[in-house]
Ligand binder design. Structure first.
Ligand SMILES: Nc1ncnc2c1ncn2[C@@H]1O[C@H](COP(=O)(O)OP(=O)(O)OP(=O)(O)O)[C@@H](O)[C@H]1O
Length: 230
């Protein structure tokens, strides 16, 4: 269980409050207006921002001041953060060893992850020779080898067309089901949120609101949600 206990995150003059828990094995969409604080929330969970107050816990572990690499959390950003000079396999291998010191068993894990995301034939290609969807798959393969129980996606599929985005969301849902990970995903598209999320965190008025079941929120949207849906 991921717990945000009276958390206050500040960035310059901006401040965001969060006080809720996320049940294990759930898929949560984080939605809200641009500049509302969705990335701020994910950055604090990943450890790139330290809350001004409050605690962040994973089960009984207090993560609040732990550096990103020590947290049981993997994150993919909008640009998928692949290194352009490394092959797909090397980019995945970074998820196991930042210095790419990989054992034979590690290489096998990388290969298995690339096979799982449908990139068996692309292991030696560099990002410039991959499509946007294939780059997103490499980033997902890296998540697989990291094996963390919490996955944060900050709109990694935003640049893809609707059909490819739907395909990627379905792949994410499959991987999350297989690994029993807890997923939080920023979304700008109500259809994406409906497609994948069990529940929704609405970020509005400097508050990351406690998660509400997806159908319930879409059937009876509060004003901030109606504004977001347009
Ligand atoms: N490094 C920073 N210093 C000061 N303020 C910042 C910084 N980064 C972000 N902010 C401010 O924090 C607020 C929340 O930004 P954030 O990126 O979390 O919003 P968001 O909901 O993810 O937006 P978007 O949907 O446009 O990506 C914004 O008002 C932004 O200007």
């Amino acid at each position: 269980m991921l717990t945000l206990e009276n958390v206050q995150i500040t960035q310059g003059s901006f401040s965001l409050h969060a006080d809720f828990t996320i049940a294990p094995d759930t898929k949560t969409a984080v939605i809200g207006a641009s500049g509302g604080g969705k990335s701020t929330l994910l950055s604090a969970l990943a450890g790139f921002l330290t809350p001004a107050r409050g605690r962040i816990r994973w089960n009984s572990d207090d993560l609040t001041t732990q550096p990103p690499a020590k947290r049981p959390i993997s994150m993919i950003f909008q640009d998928n953060n692949l290194f352009p000079h490394l092959t797909a396999a090397q980019n995945v291998g970074l998820g196991i060893s930042p210095a790419l010191r990989l054992t034979q068993a590690d290489h096998q894990r990388v290969s298995d992850a690339l096979v799982r995301v449908g990139l068996a034939e692309m292991a030696t290609r560099k990002p410039a020779a991959l499509s946007g969807g294939q780059i997103a798959r490499v980033a997902l393969a890296r998540l697989l080898v990291q094996g963390n129980p919490v996955i944060l996606l900050d709109e990694p599929f935003a640049a893809l067309g609707p059909a490819m985005r739907a395909e990627m969301l379905d792949l994410v849902a499959e991987l999350v089901a297989e690994t029993k990970a807890t997923l939080l995903m920023v979304s700008h598209d109500p259809e994406d949120a409906k497609r994948i999320a069990d529940q929704i965190i609405l970020v509005a008025d400097q508050i990351a609101h406690p998660p509400i079941e997806t159908n319930h929120l879409f059937n009876d949207p509060p004003e901030a949600m109606r504004n977001w849906m347009g």
